[in-house]
Design a protein around this ligand. Structure first.
Ligand code: CP
Ligand code: NVA
Length: 310
């Protein structure tokens, strides 16, 4: 796809793609992962460059995008707020105009969703959301691939969300609406999901439970996240108190389906949002989930840069 093409797409939130685009992406992820596991070279992105802009910390997102781009034959430029003019108040639009004349695709991790939207509106190349305060679509892309890989279709299934009504929760709700499954949400009061911020068109895709145990009952997948997300550190003491009963432990896993999986986007805090016996136990798929970030994002970059293959 040529820079500035009318067909160019960004991936700023989960609902930017339709269900049939996800079906295609999950197939490509499976194929790309298979080639990687067989040590088969697959380099469709030779001479392509990915710029990664990080205004928040990262381990998985950085390594998965960077390793993934090199494996596909391309190269990577890594920028942070502190070592670029972004930290010295150069307008986002100007940064987008310049960076997108030099690279082929951009991944951004930042605070406000509006920053990434502003960047995309002024970019000649595709922009990917690598996490904002509101959404984390690349993570849910990998999580749903992991579900399908291990259990088959997610349509009609139930996902239990235990904890903060944060960027991960919002993205699960969008995914449920796009792909046709249900989310059982349990958050402490004051930390509920906001359907407007979540960007869903109706409340059909989720159900709210006061008691996290009830949210987990009969679930096919139980998932959670840190009590305090990046950018909210000042609220940590209040959150530690408020979230004390929102810990995924063996009692919660016991009421989910016997074949229920446990997922966590990581990094995790054992003894806070999840018990060590759960995250390190037999139902946990967190390491596959983390690895699948790379395979899914390789498929995503291939799709955004080359369109459908074959
Ligand atoms: N899950 C996730 O995005 O991890 P990082 O913050 O390490 O990138
Ligand atoms: N909700 C967490 C996810 C980290 C990958 C955060 O935003 O910090």
């Amino acid at each position: 796809m040529k820079p500035g093409s009318a067909l160019m797409k960004h991936y700023l939130q989960f609902k930017d793609f339709r269900a049939e685009e996800y079906a295609y992406l999950f197939e490509r992820t499976r194929e790309i992962k298979k080639r990687f596991k067989n040590y088969e070279k697959y380099q469709p992105l030779v001479d392509r460059t990915l710029a990664m802009i990080f205004e928040k910390a990262s381990t998985r997102t950085r390594v998965s995008f960077e390793a993934g781009m090199y494996q596909m034959g391309g190269s990577v430029v890594h920028l942070t707020t502190g070592d670029s003019q972004l930290g010295r108040a150069e307008p986002v639009a100007d940064s987008a105009r310049v960076i997108s004349r030099m690279v082929d695709i951009v991944m951004i991790r930042t605070f406000e969703q509006s920053m990434i939207e502003d960047f995309a509106a002024n970019s000649r190349v595709p922009v990917i959301n690598g996490l904002t305060n509101d959404y984390h679509p690349c993570q849910i892309l990998a999580d749903i691939f992991t579900f399908i890989e291990q259990r088959g279709a997610i349509q009609g299934k139930t996902v239990a969300w235990v904890g903060d009504g944060n960027n991960m929760a919002n993205t699960w709700l969008q995914a449920a609406e796009v792909l046709g499954f249900k989310v059982h949400v349990s958050t402490p009061s004051g930390y509920e999901v906001n359907p407007t911020v979540a960007g869903i068109s109706s409340s059909d895709c989720y159900r709210v439970f006061k008691d996290p145990l009830e949210a987990c009952r009969g679930a096919h997948l139980v998932t959670t996240d840190v009590w305090t997300s990046m950018g909210y550190e000042a609220e940590n003491a209040a959150r530690v108190k408020a979230f004390a009963n929102w810990c995924v432990d063996e009692r919660l896993m016991a009421v989910a389906r016997s074949d229920a999986m446990f997922m966590h986007c990581l990094p995790a805090h054992r003894g806070e949002e999840v018990a060590a016996s759960v995250i390190d136990g037999p139902q946990s798929v967190v390491w596959d989930e983390a690895e699948n970030r790379m395979h899914a994002q390789k498929a995503l970059m291939e799709y955004l840069l080359l369109g459908r293959i074959g």
